[in-house]
Write a protein that binds this ligand. Structure first.
Ligand code: NAD
Length: 260
């Protein structure tokens, strides 16, 4: 007789979730889905201003580790992983669900994006994932799963997505290369591409409500996705049932991406 995966399926798994700003955040959907399936959580908050919005969610999710993380502050990422090493000694799942571009650079076209704005957007929204993968991989002693949130604007031109298009394209390419480099160590890497969701980050995009309307009209499923749809898709990919899946962009968008 063979023994299958444990029940619940993420029982005893240790998951770091980066990117919860409030209860609307995609990262919160991931954390809630992992918790429902038995995982133990480490959750970060951006800074003291953001902390009170995240703290009640951390209590709800019974997360034993709650730590500050601004990826643009030297040393904070290293301090977080040092704490994970001390308190957990290992890690199974990591979610990178953060993005940033200066407003003036985000709201203009790519041609008008400043060099500094491009650099900041690329560093916070893409290279920080590579840094996280580097620090997480030694803790993933029995393999693991890394997730990064992308968007369809990485692959096709989405009006008003501007500089974030090239940045997300780089993020998806980084996921493929990391999947290749980490695959031999049993670590799988998934770029996730959710459909549009009304979150704080999305409110920085010009005409975002039009993007929502269009997503409903164009979706074969005829409905917007919600954060739990994204969370449970990630949860599935973190289970042994998905152990041969890595590197490819996984759309959680009700099928919008297949439409002409
Ligand atoms: N909302 C959408 O329609 C949508 C669709 C596809 C992909 N995404 C992506 O999903 C991810 C999460 O965004 P969201 O929509 O949940 O919005 P959100 O505003 O809830 O989350 C964005 C998070 O990024 C964090 N962040 C920004 N700069 C940071 C820094 N320097 N260090 C650490 N954290 C930082 C914020 O604190 C916040 O928690 C982003 O990568 C976004 O591009 C969003």
């Amino acid at each position: 007789m063979t023994t299958g995966p444990p029940r619940p399926v993420l029982k005893d798994k240790k998951a770091l979730v980066v990117g919860i700003a409030n209860e609307h955040s995609i990262a919160y959907g991931c954390a809630a889905a992992f918790r429902e399936l038995g995982a133990e959580l480490a959750i970060t908050y951006l800074n003291e201003k953001a902390k009170p919005f995240v703290e009640p969610l951390v209590r709800k999710l019974e997360a034993p580790i709650f730590a500050p993380l601004d990826v643009s502050k030297p040393g904070e990422l290293e301090a977080l992983f040092a704490r994970l090493a001390t308190e957990w000694g290992r890690l199974d799942i990591l979610v990178h669900s953060i993005a940033f571009a200066p407003k003036e650079d985000l709201q203009g076209g790519l041609l008008d994006c400043s060099a500094e704005g491009f650099k900041v957007a690329m560093d916070v929204s893409c290279h920080s994932f590579v840094r996280m993968a580097k620090l997480a991989s030694p803790l993933m002693k029995d393999g693991g799963t890394l997730f990064a949130m992308s968007y369809h604007g990485a692959q096709k031109v989405v009006p008003n997505y501007n500089v974030m298009g090239p940045v997300k394209a780089a993020l998806e390419a980084a996921c493929r290369y990391l999947a290749y480099e980490l695959g031999p160590r049993g670590i799988r890497v998934h770029p996730i591409s959710p459909g549009p969701l009304k979150t704080r980050a999305a409110s920085g995009l010009r005409d975002f409500d039009l993007m929502l309307n269009e997503a409903v009209e164009r979706s074969p499923v005829g409905e917007l996705v919600d954060i739990m749809d994204v969370g449970f898709a990630c949860a599935y990919l973190a289970t042994p049932y998905a152990r041969r899946i890595t590197g490819g962009t996984v759309y959680v968008d009700g099928g919008v991406n297949i439409m002409a």
